[in-house]
Ligand binder design. Structure first.
Ligand SMILES: *[C@@H]1O[C@H](CO)[C@@H](O)[C@H](O)[C@H]1NC(C)=O
Ligand SMILES: *[C@@H]1O[C@H](CO)[C@@H](O)[C@H](O)[C@H]1NC(C)=O
Ligand SMILES: *[C@@H]1O[C@H](CO)[C@@H](O)[C@H](O)[C@H]1NC(C)=O
Length: 190
């Protein structure tokens, strides 16, 4: 009996723990946190601001104006584009969601997401699997990093500084494509 019940008891305990942990996750709101980017695209005299990716607005339409910044855009020539956000404390992240810019899915290849230097995702040459808000292709495109699915999945990950880098363009060296150009980053953890 002990032999058969111990594993199932452990299973129930482990499952229970995971359930509790999931209930304790919450969105860590990144709005107004310290952020930075390696270069900033200049649109009609206004530079892209790193906060455009943490403003709470997931819209796929990029606006870079003095009054409103949605999405972020690095600037050519920047062959090692990087965007980062200081989450304010050390968190264990279970889920990261990145919203893309409309019509710019080729800018999601060779994208690397890391937390305190631990790489949790690398989109490689195929890019990430894109989903759409409410399963409607007219809505905001996004991809999830959860630790399941293809690619590097070192989730959950613990740390404070979340970075997004890009190490190549599609096609290679394309002047018009070597950017980090995304619209929002959201994280859940505890
Ligand atoms: C979100 O951003 C979009 C595109 O920049 C803009 O049209 C919209 O008004 C913004 N929504 C809010 C609530 O600010
Ligand atoms: C860009 O997106 C708009 C709106 O979703 C769509 O109508 C248009 O066909 C797209 N253009 C290209 C080149 O994909
Ligand atoms: C976060 O990491 C990036 C990339 O390594 C670095 O440039 C930036 O200074 C770091 N930010 C903080 C607050 O440590």
């Amino acid at each position: 009996m002990a032999r058969c019940c111990l594993p199932s008891l452990l299973l129930i305990l482990a499952f229970g723990l995971q359930e509790t942990r999931q209930q304790a996750w919450h969105e860590i709101v990144l709005k107004d946190h310290d952020c930075g980017m390696s270069s900033a695209y200049d649109l009609d005299g206004t530079e892209s601001d790193c906060h455009g990716a943490i403003n709470g607005n997931t819209s796929k339409y990029m606006l870079i104006t003095r009054d409103h910044q949605n999405c972020i855009h690095t600037k050519w020539p920047d062959n090692a584009p990087c965007w980062w956000v200081d989450m304010g404390s050390v968190y264990t992240l279970y889920w990261i969601r990145i919203y893309a810019r409309n019509n710019q899915s080729t800018r999601l290849t060779y994208l690397r997401v890391a937390v305190d230097g631990h790489i949790v995702f690398d989109s490689g040459d195929t890019g990430p699997t894109i989903h759409y808000k409410d399963n409607n292709q007219n809505n905001d495109p996004y991809f999830d990093i959860t630790g399941d699915g293809p690619g590097i999945s070192n989730m959950p990950v613990t740390g404070r500084n979340l970075t997004i880098t890009r190490y190549q363009a599609t096609p290679p060296d394309a002047k018009n494509d070597m950017f980090i150009n995304i619209c929002e980053v959201k994280v859940w953890g505890m």
